[in-house]
Write a protein that binds this ligand. Structure first.
Ligand code: ADP
Ligand code: MG
Length: 825
């Protein structure tokens, strides 16, 4: 069962029948005794220090001995006795404190005592891990411990192999280790995969399993499993999701939290430091650090697979003098296995990794964990740093923090009992690799592409971070960061651009809101006028990658280029300055009449040959610039007055005073006359007062008319009521009486009734609104703003209907048509 494969077997493959029969007999006796010893085991005492103090089976004892495990860790001494007795457990203990054995020993023992063994026994225990690497590692520990006499068939299902090959093996398994997705796939698809008799379910790194979005898978897996089972959940950090899961799936669980009272949430043997390192200096610092620690075993964490790849590839090219490895979720399964095995076996090496490697992995003797990109939360920090200082060994963690991340991150670390201390980088020893990177990127487009990708994903990850008090994209110098990766400039990023344009819009809105009399208005104006005015066409020409107008634009550009060419040639042939002056005038003076494409092209060809305009020049009346007519076709076009209109200057609008004198619409007063009338401010005041009076007067008149109208309406309504007129029709059809009556008389009556009804309704609506004003303000809890809006817009629509033109006494057909049109809106 040694090497990791899909399956493992805890017994020798060729056992003689006789021998196995004897063994089973012995085991039967063995289990009875064991059963009794476990029943008598005192769990309150906590006196069990060594594995030898526990009632364990012979094969397990052998396994522990072979691995030189004798003294139990805290979590082991508390959790194992409880688990042996069949309790459900929610276990929390620091990284590297031996949680794996805390569940593997009970799994082996409990199944052993039940003799849940053999291909017909079905699955007895299921162990779920969040990552493939961790699943493999758990499986290895299981095999190592179990291969000294246990007879279980154990399997590993983590994907990356064909489902079919796994299927056949699965049906015979007693213990299975795997990742949630793959396990669920087998549960739902593999016929003969029996879990009805499952005795134990284990979730290692339970909070991570739930955080990684596996909650649904886990829920679905639990659905398949029998309710009568033992469940063990383990993690170094606990989240709400885990306690939720514990509440739902554990029965009277024992909470085993061995380090809850400790001063720090991280191992005591771990020395933790941080350095202040602006984003743009990260790579220099990392490179210099690696150069100074070539004999060490280092794990460096980054936030994305793309950054890992870029740093790995670029550092590799620079021959760092230490073997480099990289591990991320986008690698193929084989490569991932290879890397973990290599790094585990290496004496000194540097592994660049994403958080795939942050959980649970037990690489022996890691000296340093460098967190190059700041972790998104403290739990991630704890798990990353937990790859070193495992099981009482020494280890060091170094966190790179950008100055803007320092305060927020330190607060959070402190709150979760993680002690980190600031250290400084020796600037003298720091090497800059920027020019090397620039050179490499210049030579290798693929590396440049990787750098761009790394830049974009990093920026995006910062932008998407939930905790804006630590990660705010505005606090990073992105241009400098791009330069530090060896890039010639920061790649354009869409979401940042969108943000910038939003901001611009907001700013311009704010500017509009600034009161007009502000002091620096003149300055602003000056600034504005200093800029050349950009027209719609300028913007169109600046646009790229758009086909609209592209042809036209190309022609213009071509003309321009051709001009340049001819100019260059001219220069070469010693042309005079006169031609140059003509060229400069080209766009402004020469106005060409657009003709059909063919001719235009011909014309263009001609134009290319000569820079001076050919043909006649015609001065159109009303046009400030002459037109050049250089072909018969153009001359013909000239006969059309309508077409020529386009080439004339626009006319001016004049107004005539009472004496019949013409004036411009807006005429500027003579400055002296203006000054003679008094100070500008006084004049302004006077004008405002006069205007206010006019408005007030108009207001009074408007109100009076409105009042009169209302009275008239009221009077009419009362009259109607007195006449006992009943409004019944139209009530069922708000859309304006679409029913079409048979006779002309009926039609008339209906129309009238409708008109009156809609009138009434609108009035009632208004009254309602006034009465219910206070009511309306107290919005119901379930009522959204949009609902509110919708309602008011409905009202508006209804209001509109009431404004429909009402022909008082429709007599002719036209009258009726007008009325109908009005009612139908
Ligand atoms: P955790 O899951 O808590 O992070 P692991 O179970 O991976 O920790 O164990 C960390 C390391 O400690 C492993 O290398 C393991 O072999 C070792 N270890 C665990 N228990 C013991 C023990 N009782 N005695 C000696 N070493 C142990
Ligand atoms: Mg673990």
């Amino acid at each position: 069962m040694g090497a990791p494969g899909i399956t493992g077997r805890t017994r020798p493959t060729k056992t003689k029948k006789q021998a196995s029969a004897q063994k089973r007999k012995r085991e039967d006796v063995d289990t009875e005794k064991l059963e009794q010893a476990v029943a008598e085991l005192d769990i309150k005492n906590g006196a069990h220090k060594d594995f030898s103090d526990l009632p364990l089976s012979e094969p397990t004892k052998q396994g522990l001995k072979a691995s030189h495990f004798s003294v139990m860790t805290d979590i082991q001494s508390k959790a194992i006795p409880l688990a042996l007795k069949g309790h459900d457990i929610l276990g929390a203990a620091k990284t590297g404190s031996g949680k794996t054995l805390s569940f593997i020993i009970p799994v082996l023992e409990n199944l052993y005592r039940l003799q849940h063994v053999g291909s017909d026994a079905g699955l007895g225990a299921l162990i779920i891990s969040p990552t493939r690497e961790l699943a493999i590692q758990i499986f290895e520990v299981l095999c190592k411990l179990g291969k000294h006499g246990h007879m279980f068939a154990a399997g590993l299902v983590i994907g990356g192999k064909s489902l079919e090959s796994e299927r056949q093996a699965l049906t015979r398994m007693n213990i299975l280790v795997g990742t949630p997705g793959r396990i669920l796939q087998h549960l739902s698809q593999t016929v003969g995969f029996m879990v009805d008799d499952l005795k134990m379910l284990v979730l290692d790194e339970a909070d991570r399993i739930l955080d990684m979005g596996f909650q649904r898978d886990v829920d679905a897996i639990i659905e398949y499993l029998p309710k009568e089972r033992q469940t063990l959940l383990f993690s170094a950090t606990q989240s709400k999701k885990v306690s939720d899961l514990a509440r739902l799936s554990l029965q009277d669980p024992e909470y085993v939290s061995v380090h809850a009272e400790d001063k720090s949430a991280t191992p005591k043997t771990l020395q933790q430091n941080y350095i202040l390192c602006p984003l743009e200096e990260k790579l220099d610092t990392l490179w210099s650090f690696i150069q100074a620690s070539k004999k060490s075993k280092i794990v460096c964490f980054f936030s994305s697979a793309k950054t890992v790849r870029f740093v790995y590839e670029s550092f590799r090219h620079m021959q760092p003098g230490i073997s480099l490895l990289h591990l991320h979720g986008r690698q193929k399964q084989g490569a991932r296995l290879d890397v973990t095995a290599k790094f585990a076996a290496a004496k000194s090496a540097c592994l660049f990794a994403t958080d795939v490697a942050a959980r649970g992995l037990d690489f022996p003797a890691v000296d340093f964990v460098i967190q190059v990109d700041c972790p998104e939360d403290v739990d991630t920090y704890i798990h990353r740093v937990g790859r070193t200082a495992r099981y009482n060994r020494e280890g060091r963690g170094i966190l790179f923090l950008a100055p803007s991340e320092e305060e927020g991150m330190l607060q959070r670390l402190e709150a979760k009992k993680v002690p980190v201390e600031l250290i400084n980088v020796r600037q003298k020893k720091k090497q800059s690799i920027k020019s090397q990177l620039v050179h490499m990127l210049f030579k290798d487009p693929e590396l440049k592409y990787l750098a761009q990708k790394a830049f974009v994903t990093y920026t995006k990850s910062i932008y998407l971070q939930r905790n804006k008090s630590i990660f705010n994209i505005k606090n990073y110098d992105l241009e400098a960061y791009a330069a530090s990766l060896g890039l010639p400039g920061a790649p354009k990023i869409k979401f940042l651009k969108d943000d910038a344009s939003k901001q611009k819009k907001q700013q311009s809105r704010q500017q509009l809101e600034v009161p007009e009399s502000s002091d620096d208005e003149a300055d602003q104006l000056e600034k504005k006028t200093a800029k050349p005015v950009r027209t719609k066409y300028d913007r169109m020409f600046e646009r790229q990658n758009q086909d609209v107008l592209a042809d036209h634009y190309k022609k213009l550009v071509k003309d321009d280029d051709d001009d340049k060419n001819t100019r260059d040639e001219d220069d070469f042939t010693g042309a005079t300055g006169a031609t140059k002056a003509d060229d400069d005038d080209f766009m402004t003076v020469k106005r060409r009449i657009p003709a059909d494409g063919e001719e235009e092209d011909q014309q263009e060809g001609q134009d290319e040959d000569s820079t001076a305009p050919r043909g006649k020049m015609i001065h159109l009346q009303g046009a400030s610039q002459p037109l050049i007519v250089d072909s018969n076709r153009r001359e013909k076009l000239l006969k059309s007055k309508k077409k020529l209109l386009k080439y004339m200057d626009k006319g001016r609008k004049l107004v005539y005073d009472e004496d019949g004198n013409a004036h411009e619409v807006y005429e500027l007063e003579n400055e002296d006359d203006f000054r003679a009338k008094g100070l500008p401010e006084e004049q302004r005041q006077k004008f405002i007062e006069a205007a206010r009076e006019v408005v007030a007067q108009a207001d009074v008149e408007d109100k009076a008319t409105a009042k009169a109208k209302r009275k008239e309406k009221l009077r009419k309504r009362k009259e109607r009521e007195r006449a006992g007129h009943e409004v019944s029709d139209g009530e069922d059809d708000e859309d304006g009486g679409v029913q079409i009556p048979d006779t002309g008389e009926d039609l008339l009556a209906n129309f009238r009734a409708d008109a009156e009804y809609s009138d009434d309704e609108s009035e009632a609506e208004i009254v309602d609104e006034d009465e219910g004003k206070n009511k309306k303000k107290a919005k119901k809890w379930f009522q959204s703003d949009s609902e509110d809006e919708e309602r008011s817009s409905k009202k508006r629509r209804k209001g509109k209907k009431s404004n429909a033109p009402v022909v008082q006494e429709p007599e002719t057909l036209e009258d009726m048509e007008a009325l109908a049109a009005g009612l139908l809106g």
